[in-house]
Design a protein around this ligand. Structure first.
Ligand code: FAD
Length: 464
């Protein structure tokens, strides 16, 4: 949607073909029981001026600043997230805290050799084995479905960069009144109509500017000849000629839909793996006495990975409803038994795990439920995945007029801001003949970013 939104500012003729009946993809919003919900938590955040400006251009003033509170549930206790040394050590108790600090000291002393490789060694080297096992292993293995020793450290580098227990322990020495950062409230801008409103609005603006957004129009084939894009074929049988295709369908699907992709590239693409998400929505009578936007569930006894409380996002989501909607996230592969459970079985699991989380009092009443299954919601950064990806990237680079962008589209563990940036850059490559290397977005260190953030008053510069 972003690429189309930017391209319609030029004289390009733009058509968007969307397989489903709604734009927004994983960032779409749903209307449920007179309320609006997202697919799990969707906090928008970027330090990139281009991304933030575009977001504001679309949303205008129709957003609120939401205070962020997220915590970790571990063995019945709630820990602050991101982890804070004092809080974690206090809640773990003296004995466990001593073990954690000793284990951290041992890790500092003896760094593991393959620290550039696996998620396990990356985290262990920074936090120590004990904290890794308490706060990282269980959750990460739930999410990715593979042992952390098999997971590439890219995931850690992208999501838990700049955290270190060493720095945190140093903070303990700082007297609270001198530590200004302790009182800073983390806030984020959130559109009043839900996250999906951003993309719905983009679609409206694309249509108003002469582009067309075709819903329920899955692409069957990308037509190429002599190393360049010629058009696309839809499942309806229509073939549409065009000069450029910007694809955000799963990378493996794109490769299988390219008529002249060589066999070894097709085989490589099939080796890329994705994780599925199941969302169990529960409507709970009344309000819940908790301010968390979402909770990471690290408790080994629970299958659920994350619980989102939409009542703590924006009043515009719940309107006049007195009730609370929660979503419980479960992750699995397509072959897993969990993926094939009936809605009824999933709702029973969700309701019992909601009770076990003790997020609400024992008497909390579940009124209604809804299940959403999302295939291929997470690209899995299994160790060695970059070696599989490289020849695929090279192949796509050599097809003139073809660009692959987005989360599963480019096989990148993107947040919205990364996918928006990829859309902006892809559009510039088409409209202005720029030569942005899209594979570099959300890789290593995004140091091209000009730091800024969205505040109540709009865009403000922020210190790096
Ligand atoms: C549970 C969860 C929580 C998240 N939380 C956050 C968060 O807090 N903050 C944040 O910024 N991001 C979050 N994200 C990530 C965010 O949702 C994604 O980064 C973003 O939606 C990716 O956008 P995209 O356009 O790259 O891909 P998608 O949103 O996956 O969109 C791809 C689109 O392509 C369409 N498509 C697929 N195949 C075809 C085909 N053959 N023909 C035509 N159309 C096709 C799909 O229907 C879909 O609409 C979260 C994601 C999940 C799953």
């Amino acid at each position: 949607m972003t690429a189309a939104f930017v391209l319609t500012k030029s004289r390009a003729k733009v058509d968007v073909y969307e397989a489903s009946d709604q734009v927004g993809g994983l960032s779409r919003s749903l209307h449920l029981w007179d309320q609006i919900v997202d697919l799990g938590p969707h906090r928008f955040f970027s330090r990139d001026r281009r991304v933030n400006s575009l977001w504001l251009e679309v949303v205008g003033r129709d957003y609120v600043m939401v205070p962020r509170l997220t915590r970790i549930l571990y063995r019945g206790k709630y820990f602050q997230y991101p982890l804070q040394a004092m809080d974690a050590l206090q809640r773990l108790g003296l004995l466990e805290a001593t073990r954690c600090v000793a284990s951290y000291g041992a890790a500092r002393f003896k760094q593991q050799k393959d620290c550039s490789e696996s998620f396990e060694s990356w985290v262990t080297n920074r936090f120590g084995r004990r904290l890794y096992e308490i706060f990282f292993r269980n959750y990460s293995e739930k999410l990715w479905g593979i042992p952390c020793s098999e997971l590439d450290s890219d995931f850690a580098a992208q999501r838990i960069r700049k955290l270190s227990l060493g720095a945190a322990i140093k903070q303990l020495a700082v007297r609270p009144q001198k530590n200004k950062h302790r009182t800073l409230v983390d806030r984020f801008a959130y559109p009043n109509g839900g996250t999906g409103a951003v993309y719905e609005r983009m679609a409206e603006m694309v249509n108003e500017r002469g582009g067309s957004v075709h819903l329920g129009a899955p692409v069957k084939r990308v037509v190429t000849a002599s190393g360049r894009v010629r058009g696309i074929e839809l499942y309806s049988g229509n073939v549409v000629s065009c000069d450029d295709v910007i694809s955000s369908m799963p990378l493996s699907s794109l490769i299988s839909r390219l008529n002249d992709a060589p066999e070894h590239i097709r085989e490589d693409a099939q080796r890329l793996t994705y994780r599925n998400t199941i969302l169990v929505y529960l409507e709970i009578a009344g309000e819940i006495d908790s301010r968390d936007n979402w909770i990471y569930v690290q408790d080994p006894g629970l299958t659920v990975g994350r619980i989102t409380n939409f009542r703590n996002w924006s009043p515009s989501l719940y309107g006049d409803s007195p009730n609370t909607i929660l979503s419980l996230e479960y992750w699995c592969d397509s072959g897993d038994e969990l993926w094939h459970r009936s809605d009824h079985e999933l709702v029973c699991l969700g309701a019992s795990e909601f009770r076990a989380s003790r997020l609400a009092s024992d008497g909390a009443n579940v009124l209604r439920s809804h299940v959403v299954r999302i295939p291929r919601s997470y690209p899995v950064y299994q160790r060695g995945y970059k070696d599989i990806l490289r020849p695929i990237q090279d192949f796509i680079r050599n097809v003139e007029g073809l660009q692959a962008i987005g989360r599963y589209g480019a096989f990148k563990y993107n947040n919205q801001d990364h996918s928006i940036l990829m859309g902006i850059l892809a559009a510039e490559n088409v409209a202005a003949g720029s030569a942005h290397d899209l594979w570099q977005v959300n890789s290593d260190f995004d140091d091209y970013q000009e730091a800024c953030r969205i505040e109540e008053t709009g865009l403000v510069p922020a210190p790096c």
